[in-house]
Ligand binder design. Structure first.
Ligand code: G6P
Length: 610
């Protein structure tokens, strides 16, 4: 998830590009750069750090040129560093590229280009694009870019500029957004609307497979077959703030809606659907012996990531039959945990910077224990210090309440559990292939849940006047109930408690009074009837019970006040679906109560103090 801005016209490009980059800062950044074209010469400035660092780097220098491209990077391939910052050039600086997305076959392309004499200067996947364009350039930049993208697999939004073709920028998109801002005697290209809104509101939205040549006075768009097509102009009516949120009123709901795509990114390149296999060879480097030798797994994390860890415990214990202890990082680090050499510690952290999680990682490391990190941020401290890393690729998460990071942490844990189980010979024939099919089906099933939120909004309206709520479930449903309760607390300030459904009668049942909202997650077949019995105990005390179960379990409707039916899936994968309506309930309740949804009081996105 990087930010892209391009300009071509009659004004100086530098201030326009810089302003555009600042407008895209909410997307996250770890490095930034720009390239300006003036009198046939490209000037390239880039480096690690925030956009202001780039501005400092430029200092008092007068950068001239009415054509330019700029980029703010959120690292995927290759850590944040000066060399890995965009724009990337080929062997010379005559061709420069900015890119958002992932080139999956970059390693084979890179080897081939190296054999052909190209010299690479970064660790990124993007750099192959610049070299490919350089390789194919034969007097026509559009054609060179066309040939280059024919060779790449993966996702991209790219803008290419060449010293040999100063009259135009060439751009292309596949699975990553790219828009063209239409001006008067000038045009812009950007990954997101905020970068162009102060200059124009007339836009073209490029579709997958489309390319465009953007000149100062003209924009031509081409389809996948290279034929020129007419595009409809889209007049943007959103204000600048709404544009940052893709038209949604809050980042939280935007991020909830992005979950299907985020899951696809987490799975990308890690499953071989044809062979029915999980392939983590590009991510992890365990030896077969190591995988077989582990006798215990510790999962250590904070907040929502801890709740993902609780799901992970069920997954590993069920599939791998290995004991798993899940610990809050702030507890783990101060209780002298009994870590044996045959233990593996998995730390989970969206930001990769949470102080307690980092301290727990360091503690385990001093004891010589191998650490595997599940994190969303490339270049974060956790990613750098762990022995093995599985990135979640959820893209920047802005809302304090974590949603898409959580769901991708779950996906990472499913992948890991299947990978471990397979390596230890725990899976039956066809089992892994079946799991892969299910994992691939999850984004569509989440889309079904997200398609109509009316009933959820109604529930949110009903519970919004309450100051207390309960969440119950058994086994995997209990882990999800804990996350549901945290979401409601942090976003709507309603006091919410989660209970293992069977445990309620040992105390909390005393708090159940007429009308109090109780959310019951009931997806686990083996304990379904037991959960229903617990629901009956609660209903007998006149609570307002909202249940979440699978389609086909219509009998539950008679026991509760409201049921939400989830699309059917093996109950082992239920958490990935059941958490979604709980996130939505929290969101709409917070909105109804007028809370600061994206920045709840007293909370921070990343807690870097203990
Ligand atoms: C803060 C955030 C939570 C997050 C927790 C752990 O409390 O508000 O949303 O779950 O930190 O953060 P991490 O970045 O380590 O996952």
């Amino acid at each position: 998830m990087c930010g892209i801005v391009g300009y071509i016209g009659t004004r100086e490009a530098y201030p326009i590009l810089l302003e555009g980059l600042y407008k895209l800062e909410y997307r996250g950044y770890d490095s930034a750069g720009l390239a300006l074209l003036d009198s046939g010469v490209i000037q390239l400035i880039k480096g690690v750090g925030e956009i202001s660092k780039l501005e400092e780097k430029v200092g008092g220098r007068k950068l001239t040129g009415c054509v330019g491209i700029a980029h703010s990077r959120w690292a995927t391939h290759g850590r944040p560093s000066d060399g890995n910052a965009h724009p990337h050039s080929g062997c010379s600086e005559n061709f420069v590229v900015v890119h958002n997305g992932i080139i999956e076959n970059y390693q084979s392309l890179r080897s081939r280009l190296k054999e052909q004499g190209h010299r690479f200067s970064s660790e990124t996947d993007t750099e192959v694009l610049a070299h490919l364009v350089e390789q194919y350039y034969d007097g026509d930049l559009l054609e060179a870019v066309q040939r280059a993208i024919e060779e790449v697999r993966g996702s991209y939004a790219i803008v290419v500029m060449s010293a040999y073709d100063p009259e135009r920028l060439i751009c292309a998109r596949k699975h990553n957004p790219l828009i063209i801002g239409l001006g008067d005697g000038e045009n812009m290209v950007a990954s997101d609307l905020p970068a162009i809104l102060s200059h124009t509101r007339r836009t073209y939205f490029l579709e997958d497979g489309e390319m465009a040549e953007v000149k100062a006075n003209e924009v031509n768009v081409f389809n996948q077959q290279g034929e020129r097509i007419e595009k409809e102009i889209f007049e943007v009516t959103w204000d600048a703030v709404a544009a940052e949120k893709g038209g949604y009123p809050h980042f939280m709901i935007k991020e909830i809606m992005e979950q299907p795509q985020a899951i696809r990114e987490t799975l990308r390149g890690r499953i071989d659907a044809e062979r029915g296999k999980v392939c983590l060879a590009d991510d992890l480097h365990f030896s077969c012996q190591e995988l077989k030798n582990y006798r215990k797994i510790w999962i250590v994390a904070c907040g929502t990531a801890y709740h993902a860890g609780l799901v992970g415990k069920y997954l590993f214990e069920k599939l791998v039959r290995i004991p798993v202890e899940v610990d809050l990082a702030s507890e783990f680090r101060y209780r002298d945990p009994m870590l044996d050499k045959d233990s593996l510690v998995i730390v989970i952290s969206q930001s990769g910077e949470t102080a307690d999680t980092l301290a727990a990682l360091r503690l385990a490391k001093t004891k010589g224990i191998k650490i595997l990190a599940i994190t969303n941020v490339v270049g974060s401290s956790v990613a750098r210090e762990a022995d093995e890393v599985l990135f979640t690729w959820a893209g920047p998460e802005i809302a304090v309440a974590s949603t898409k990071a959580y769901i991708t942490q779950l996906i990472a844990l499913y992948l890991l559990a299947i990978y471990f189980a397979e390596s230890r010979g725990m899976l039956e024939a066809g089992e892994e292939a079946n799991y892969i099919k299910i994992l691939q089906s999850l984004p569509e099933k989440i889309n079904e849940i997200l398609a109509d939120t009316t009933a959820i909004e109604e529930v949110a309206a009903k519970i919004s006047s309450w100051e207390n709520a309960f969440f119950i479930g058994r086994n995997l449903d209990y882990a999800v109930a804990m996350e549901g309760s945290l979401k409601l607390k942090e976003t709507s300030y309603i006091h919410a408690e989660s209970y293992a459904a069977g445990e309620l009668k040992h105390g909390a049942l005393a708090l159940i009074t007429k009308g109090i909202p109780v959310f019951a997650v009931a997806t686990q077949e083996e304990v379904f009837e037991k959960t229903v019995s617990n629901i009956k105990e609660i209903k007998a005390r006149d609570a307002f019970v909202i249940a979440f179960t699978f389609q086909g379990k219509e009998e539950l409707a008679e026991e509760v006040d409201q049921v939400f039916y989830l699309p059917c899936v093996s109950d082992f994968f239920a958490p990935v679906l059941s958490v979604v309506p709980l996130q939505l309930v929290s969101y709409y309740t917070a909105v109804k109560r007028g809370c600061s949804v994206d920045k709840p009081r007293n909370l921070a996105k990343s807690v870097t103090v203990e």
